[in-house]
Design a binder for this molecule. Structure first.
Ligand code: VAH
Length: 311
């Protein structure tokens, strides 16, 4: 059986939905620190689990006979700058708990998300390679960089089958984003439909690596389904789909909502975005486990507007 920790979050909630469709709802235990996503809580087995509480995680794994864990609980880049030590403690404690449970043989396989936030201002920004300079300047990015080091260590030293992806910004419509720097790219669609205008907290030419949620979920399922020998990188894989600026998104929206307008008022999140790459080279993921994305900006914009106007 599968346990998703942080199942009520932006990625966790869609991962729960997809895995329940794939394996049957009773095979997928969703857990989070609170009941803050009724779709997740009501669509199958749900447990309140504090990801920082080793005993609680272990008890849940034993109670439900779990063999695979997706650890999706984390404090993201923007919130992490407001609460640095909380972000460090949650992001690292939860990772060590699941790595140690895997090392002790309580679970067989685990997924842990990294992020393009592992890259910093000194990283080459265009087509950022898998192996390059990494000097993250956010707490969140630091937790992801050091988390990658620990994942690779536990695999090499204790043969833990941990798999990881450096997610770009992820755009979804089913759930609101959870305190990230790329949240503008979700908010803009909501605001376009509600008020036909959006005040963007990043500057118009800030290009960032992005991905529609369906592609992110596909990549997560694909890397976990791949045979162990295909996973040649046990820190975390670069993953890419599209790269766009707020101006690009606004222009894509205008094709559907001609009178949509965008204004710009940058805040502290611009300082974070400015340290991140513009685009990512994910050749290794494409070669090792046949990754490929499906959604470009036009297709994503259509999906977002169609689904948000219906929901
Ligand atoms: C964030 N959405 O903004 C997350 C993600 C690359 C961005 O890590 O922090």
């Amino acid at each position: 059986k599968v346990l998703i920790i942080g199942a009520c979050g932006q990625i966790g909630s869609e991962l729960t939905h997809t895995l329940r469709m794939q394996y049957g709802k009773d095979q997928v235990i969703a857990s989070d620190i609170s009941y803050n996503n009724t779709n997740v809580v009501n669509s199958g087995p749900f447990e309140i689990v504090d990801a920082q509480d080793y005993a609680a995680v272990k008890d849940c794994i034993e109670k439900h006979n779990i063999n695979t864990v997706y650890l999706m609980a984390a404090i993201l880049s923007a919130t992490g700058e407001k609460y640095p030590m909380k972000a460090w403690d949650l992001n690292m404690d939860s990772l060590f708990h699941v790595l140690n449970l895997a090392k002790e043989g309580f679970i067989k396989r685990m997924f842990w998300p990294s992020s393009i936030a592992v890259f910093g201002a000194t990283t080459p920004k265009d087509n950022t390679p898998q192996y390059t300079i990494m000097e993250p300047s956010t707490v969140y990015g630091i937790t992801k960089q050091v988390g990658e080091r620990w994942c690779e260590y536990y695999h090499n030293k204790y043969n833990v089958d941990v798999r990881s992806i450096r997610y770009p910004g992820i755009i979804s419509w089913k759930t609101l984003p959870g305190g990230g720097t790329t949240d503008y790219a979700v908010e803009i669609y909501h605001e376009a439909l509600k008020n036909s205008t959006y005040q963007c907290f990043l500057s118009e030419d800030t290009a960032l690596p992005m991905m529609f949620m369906d592609d992110a979920i596909k990549a997560t399922v694909d890397i976990m389904a791949a045979p162990a020998e295909a996973i040649k990188i046990r820190s975390s894989y670069n993953l890419a789909a599209i790269s766009f600026t707020p101006k690009d998104v606004a222009n894509a929206i205008k094709k559907h909502i001609p009178n949509f307008t965008i204004t710009y008022k940058t805040d502290y999140r611009q300082d974070i975005a400015s340290t991140w790459p513009k685009s990512i080279d994910d050749t290794h993921a494409r070669n090792d486990w046949n990754w490929k994305h499906n959604f470009d900006l036009e297709a994503m914009t259509k999906e977002m507007l169609d689904n948000l106007s219906k929901s």
